[in-house]
Ligand binder design. Sequence first.
Ligand code: PGA
Length: 228
Amino acid sequence: TVADLKGLKQGQLRLAVITTAKYIIPRLLGPFCQLYPGIDISLQVTNHELILDRMMNNLDDLYIMSQIPDHFDVNFQPFLENPLVVFAPANHPLAKEKNIPIERLGEERFIMREPGSGTRSAVQSLLEKHGVKVKVKLELGSNEAIKQAIAGGLGISVLSRHTLLTDAAEFSILDVQNFPIKRDWYMVYPAGKQLSIIAHTYYEYLLDAAKKITEQGGLIPDYNSAEA
Ligand code: PGA
């Protein structure tokens, strides 16, 4: 039977994913492990630059990231969107405003991810493109820590909308021009590499799971439409 065949898949799956993927990948691993009880998993969660290092050193079977490496030949497959949005506390004065000019961000205290973060480089290139300088009050190496700092009133930041999946009520997403920064999550592996049967099984599983999520309207509820 099919179940017997699935039981035959034994071994280890080594995944390394960028920080924003931790809001969805572990959840999707539950059903995967039920389908394939013989597969054990290691999951590394880290920033863009450290994912690149791991890929160069061939430490994992499969990578999830939002920006395809420039200087390294890879196979890649987008599977879900990963937009970056402007986060502020729920009671922020700009929360009710529409179409806020991007220059306005220069007047706010800003919280920025650490060097090496893909979120940080995406935010910096958008700000540079529009000649906007922000006052970085605080630099933090964790999306969750940034959310706590925002909730604590330390400033505003730009984060993946997925980081809001569990606690949307504490935050507002500001309607700033040129946002969201549109990005996707990609499954990536080195171009010369043959995926193991197990990694290939996961690859197909994740594509299929993502397709179902997209068909059901995506992961991301439209928080701001709830305010009315
Ligand atoms: P980061 O990546 O953890 O390197 O910021 C997250 C992302 O690019 O979505």
